[in-house]
Design a binder for this molecule. Structure first.
Ligand code: SF4
Ligand code: SF4
Length: 341
């Protein structure tokens, strides 16, 4: 493949296990929030951002990054490189790209409202689509007698939307492929690969819908198309953070361990396959992986990373330096706890 200094840098970061990615949310289409997240986390030393496959959202992330590059000079914060922007797309059925909605069977018990990590369920019980990240927390608490949460797939025509996202500044694409159907997944994967022929591409996999054998087969098929551009995002489920403890992040570390033992250490061609740990990740993820001697190339965090800086969130123009520095400090702490400085 043709290499550029940007993609050489991307691979170097992965091979030195220093890649921290902030997941803004595959279904998060709140441009103000994405801009805020990119602004704070760029100054905290984040290497990449994962955003919804929408040119508007890619531009929001780039706007936040560019604002951080300017503001960092005032704070004398060194930003060694411009973070990478990845867009996320998903197969129908993958939980990252679905949107919840409430059916007429709802009995208005309001149990779902406080469980939503993005405050997407208002008191009128009409879910705010742009805020929903498809995590399923609302479904988990909805009484079985009502069973009033259902989902729609955030369908986007990859062939049309991906070039627009690349044009807007995305350098990498991720396919959420936690579905059993291999043939259709590989068709979409080919489109992803051809959309950024000189860029890294990532496949996000979990063990909810794939057996261990299917997981390994899927990675081998993905490698046949992507070769050394392939990144595997080992997704632990639950995707929505839960509590900040070891148990929540156990599954994410476990799937990385499985791929290491059954693929990376078995076949020479997979030796350098980058593994990013994701899904249920929090401030304990890196520590747990190190304690269990599970090698990884980076960590991606969504809900928990957004939560630690949410108390300071405001319109960027109105944000005080004091609050901004507090938010940067919280974000930095999370990154260094996971990647050890
Ligand atoms: S709890 Fe999760 S799935 Fe339900 S509305 Fe909120 S973000 Fe969407
Ligand atoms: S938990 Fe279910 S029944 Fe209760 S308010 Fe939410 S959608 Fe309606």
């Amino acid at each position: 493949m043709k290499t550029s200094s940007r993609f050489g840098l991307y691979r170097d970061l992965l091979q030195s296990s220093k890649y921290f990615k902030l997941v803004c949310g595959a279904g998060n289409e709140d441009a103000d929030e994405v801009e805020y997240l990119a602004y704070v986390y760029t100054m905290a030393g984040c290497a990449g951002f994962d955003v919804s496959a929408s040119p508007t959202i890619v531009k929001a992330a780039k706007k936040g990054i560019n604002a951080a590059l300017v503001k960092s000079k005032e704070f004398k914060i060194e930003i060694p490189f411009i973070p990478f922007v990845t867009v996320s797309v998903g197969m129908p059925g993958d939980h990252h790209v679905r949107k919840a909605f409430i059916t007429n069977d709802c009995v208005s018990c309001n149990l779902c409202i406080p469980t939503c990590p993005t405050k997407a369920i208002p008191e009128n019980l009409i879910i705010i689509k742009d805020l929903c990240i498809g995590c399923g927390n609302c479904e988990a608490v909805c009484p079985p007698a009502a069973n009033a949460i259902t989902y729609s797939h955030n369908a986007k025509e990859l062939l049309n939307i991906l070039p627009e996202c690349v044009e807007a500044g995305a350098e990498s694409i991720e396919l959420h492929a936690g579905v059993p159907d291999n043939d259709s997944t590989m068709r979409e994967w080919k489109v992803v690969s051809e959309s950024v022929p000189n860029g890294m591409i990532s496949m996000c996999l979990d063990r909810k819908h794939l057996s261990n054998d299917m997981l390994i087969d899927r990675i081998e098929s993905a490698f046949d198309i992507a070769d050394d551009r392939l990144i595997i995002q080992a997704d632990g489920i639950p995707m929505s953070g839960g509590t900040d403890d070891f148990n929540t992040t156990l599954q994410a570390v476990s799937i990385a361990d499985f791929i290491n033992k059954n693929l990376k250490k078995q076949e020479i061609k997979f030796k350098k396959l980058p593994i990013l740990i994701s899904g249920g990740t929090n401030s304990f993820t890196g520590q747990l992986a190190r304690q269990c001697e599970v090698e990884f190339n980076g960590i991606t965090i969504g809900t928990h990373a957004r939560k630690v800086i949410s108390p300071y969130k405001t319109n960027l123009l109105e944000m005080t330096n004091e609050n901004l520095l507090k938010a940067i400090s919280m974000a930095k702490k999370l990154i260094s706890m996971n990647l050890l400085g």
